[in-house]
Design a binder for this molecule. Structure first.
Ligand SMILES: N[C@@H](CCC(=O)N[C@@H](CS)C(=O)NCC(=O)O)C(=O)O
Length: 217
């Protein structure tokens, strides 16, 4: 049995989207981010990333993690590729060269783009962009994002998808990373292919199913 640790309103959403795509059954353990809990170690705190029982799963104190019949993994993008490969089908790499391309783009997402986009969504949570100073900081982040987004725009103009000429787990992972800036149309204004690709990814029934559950959480 597959166990997924993490609430929908976290990077676990990308795993839940993939599992909707694959139709794989799983058990959800709703671990919440410790930063969202006033006193994460108090006796009545909900299960959170600092709870001792979750630290035994992921000592990094971060969600998501999975336990797949005893194989415990963290790092959401690695889990995506693992699950896609395990269950196969069109979302998985068809061969080693496709896998290489997916690894390239997923690592790029995790190391180059997400460290920027996640700051935007975390700023949204804190209301950090409401002041004039906040607007300036957001604009500066947008400027830093221009080069990676331009590279991705050119890639999509040439290929339409991240790898393999079809929607794969690599599109899914990157779509969740780009989603973090979607509430700020200005940040994507210069990147029509990225916007069109994101719309296509999010029009998938599996994304919509995940999103509905996320909103209901
Ligand atoms: N690189 C990790 C990052 C995971 C991560 O930062 N998770 C956040 C939630 S989206 C977390 O658990 N934060 C703990 C907290 O905020 O208390 C991954 O992609 O799995």
């Amino acid at each position: 049995m597959l166990t997924v640790y993490g609430v929908y309103k976290s990077r676990a959403s990308r795993l839940y989207w993939l599992l909707e795509e694959l139709g794989v059954p799983f058990e959800k353990v709703p671990v919440i981010q410790a930063r969202k809990v006033p006193d994460p170690l108090s006796a009545d705190a909900p299960l959170n990333t600092r709870s001792p029982s979750f630290l035994a799963v992921n000592p990094m104190a971060q969600i998501p993690s999975i336990d797949d019949d005893g194989l415990v993994l963290s790092e959401s993008l690695a889990i995506l590729l693992y699950l896609a490969r395990k269950h196969g089908g069109p979302l998985a790499p068809a061969d080693l060269s496709e896998e290489g391309r997916m690894l390239h783009w997923l690592f790029w997402g995790g190391t180059t783009l997400e460290p920027l986009t996640v700051q935007v969504t975390q700023g949204d949570e804190r209301g950090a962009w409401e002041s004039e100073e906040g607007q300036e900081k957001l604009a500066a982040l947008g400027k830093t994002m221009k080069t990676p987004l331009a590279v991705f725009e050119a890639h999509l103009a040439a290929h339409g998808h991240v790898a393999g000429g079809r929607f794969t787990v690599a599109d899914l992972g990157l779509a969740e990373i780009v989603r973090y800036v979607q509430g700020h149309p200005r940040l994507l204004a210069d990147f029509p292919r990225v916007r069109d690709w994101l719309d296509r990814c999010q029009s998938r029934p599996a994304f919509k199913a995940m999103w509905e559950k996320r909103n209901a959480e």
